[in-house]
Design a protein around this ligand. Structure first.
Ligand SMILES: [Zn+2]
Length: 497
């Protein structure tokens, strides 16, 4: 089972990077901000201990007493001498108390953590990546010359941020303790994918794959395999003629030519495939979603329905990308990034539930206070510009469900990743038509639901298409004004529902 995903053309925010430290341990992977004190790099002592165990601190004048699990430590503002569990030792720089908050020099972390945790610590100081215990993720890379395809296998599932730029595809691993292969630069016997380099910087590892043609990454094997191939070059737009073949986003880079109206100029960046709709089958892989019955997991219902919906949309000429076409785990941020990279006119997220009957439609309820000024969209409120369009679509779908006697309710909810999507976005939660769970799996019922969705989209396609023109013209502006969605930190990633 290989899941085909689009490597988004999203760019990383151009804001100056803050200094970060990433910590990898068997219990938690996390990043912390680094601050400068006394001309050196410092990090909060309790902040680094807290994700690893029970940590408290009490500041008493210049003395800070720290308790981690059952161990005690004592640190003094302005002094290098410290004590953990009755044993004195010296920090490489003095301890700092700032607003009742203890900070330690980065260079002290290996000794300090070894004393508190009793586990081996490996600190890659120049890149600020700290490994506790045996947590490293390894990878291998191999080019299949005939395809040509670069296959990278990882020892644990990975979820890098992917960005493309002329001449290379970059994968940035912040949450994974990825370690370099034998050599930092890999050369392959291929003119299409000649080389890749590994580097580490600011709490992250990066693999950059060089390629004279635009490259495209797909994930499979539950996130343990990334396959990189030349990107498909099709520009397919919604066509009035029915039944255009589904796009083949496979390792074979020969997409079908789009019939119908003249293709839009290829302006959307290195990846030029234009999707009208992105369909997202929620959950998948390790994440089963709701247990609808003993036999039926939500992830399987959303996938079956997603495939049917894609087929119906394609049949009506709406070029459609199904984000997950297999049983794989995809994060919410990844789903939103892939969607934003595909620049669709409409994003449709699918859930299934056992409560009630018929369908519930959701549009985003955006967090208060999110502002979208300047060239970069705020990740949490990327949806704000598209809210009216999303609501139009929601009511059009609702009326089509009504026409087909499917009970329907329209709601707004803070349902991720709707708020992170820079396109019209609707979530559909499908419950059985009359309370019988097994009906969820019924092709007849799924077909009625899919037809309602397609008919609803048909009614607003011109408005949605107009939105598409806007987003296409936006991305053709000079680079500095290119709107894009900044990537959140892992700490911002909330649960869905
Ligand atoms: Zn769900």
């Amino acid at each position: 089972m290989a899941a085909i995903l689009l490597a988004g053309v999203f760019l990383v925010s151009g804001a100056p990077e803050t200094k970060r430290l990433s910590v990898y341990s068997p219990s938690a992977n996390f990043s912390l901000p680094v601050t400068e004190r006394n001309g050196g790099d410092y990090v909060g002592l309790v902040e680094i201990l807290e994700p690893l165990g029970a940590a408290t601190a009490r500041v008493d004048g210049r003395t800070s007493r720290v308790r981690y699990n059952n161990l005690d430590g004592e640190f003094t503002d302005g002094k290098t001498r410290a004590r953990v569990q009755g044993q004195n030792f010296d920090l490489p720089g003095s301890f700092v108390v700032d607003n009742g908050h203890g900070l330690v020099p980065l260079g002290s972390l290996p000794t300090l953590l070894q004393r508190f945790l009793g586990a081996p610590v490996n600190f890659r100081e120049t890149s600020r990546r700290l490994f506790i215990g045996d947590v490293a993720v390894h990878f291998t890379a191999q080019v299949n010359k005939t395809s040509p395809t670069l296959v990278m296998n990882f020892s644990s599932p990975v979820n890098p941020m992917i960005a493309t730029e002329p001449g290379k595809l970059r994968m940035v691993f912040t949450h994974e303790p990825l370690v370099p292969p034998g050599s930092q630069s890999l050369t392959f016997d291929s003119t299409v994918i000649p080389s890749a380099t590994f580097q580490e910087n600011n709490g992250a590892a990066e693999i950059a794959v060089a390629g004279p043609v635009p490259l495209f990454a797909s994930f499979s094997n539950d996130g343990r395999t990334i396959t990189i191939t030349p990107a498909p070059q099709a520009v397919a737009r919604p066509a009035p003629s029915p039944a255009q073949a589904p796009p083949t986003l496979s390792a074979n880079p020969t997409p079908p030519a789009a019939p119908g109206p003249p293709a839009a100029p290829n302006t959307s960046g290195p990846l030029s495939t234009q999707y009208f709709a992105v369909v997202d089958a929620s959950h998948g892989g390790d994440e089963r979603g709701a247990a609808l019955s003993d036999q039926l997991a939500e992830k399987d219902v959303t996938l079956a329905f997603g495939r049917r919906l894609r087929q119906e949309l394609q049949a009506r000429g709406f070029n459609t990308l199904l984000l997950r076409d297999g049983d794989i785990t995809l994060g919410l941020d990844q789903r939103a990034s892939l969607t934003n990279g595909a620049h669709p006119a409409i994003y449709i997220c699918l859930h299934a539930g056992s409560q009630g009957s018929g369908v519930r439609l959701f549009t985003a309820l955006l967090p208060a206070g999110g502002e979208n000024r300047g060239p970069f969209l705020d990740w949490d409120t990327a949806q704000s510009r598209f809210r009216a369009l999303s609501q139009n679509t929601e009511s059009s779908l609702a009326s089509e469900f009504g026409k087909r006697q499917v009970p329907v309710r329209s709601l707004a909810a803070p349902l991720r990743p709707l708020n992170n999507v820079a396109a019209a976005a609707v979530a559909i939660e499908i419950a059985p038509p009359a309370g019988k769970i097994a009906d969820l799996d019924s092709p007849a019922y799924q077909q009625v639901v899919a037809e309602s969705v397609v008919a609803g989209i048909e009614m607003v396609k011109d408005r949605l298409g107009a939105g598409l023109e806007v987003s296409l013209s936006d991305v053709t502006k000079p680079d500095v004004t290119k709107p894009d969605v900044t990537r959140p930190d892992a700490t911002k990633a909330g649960a869905t529902r």
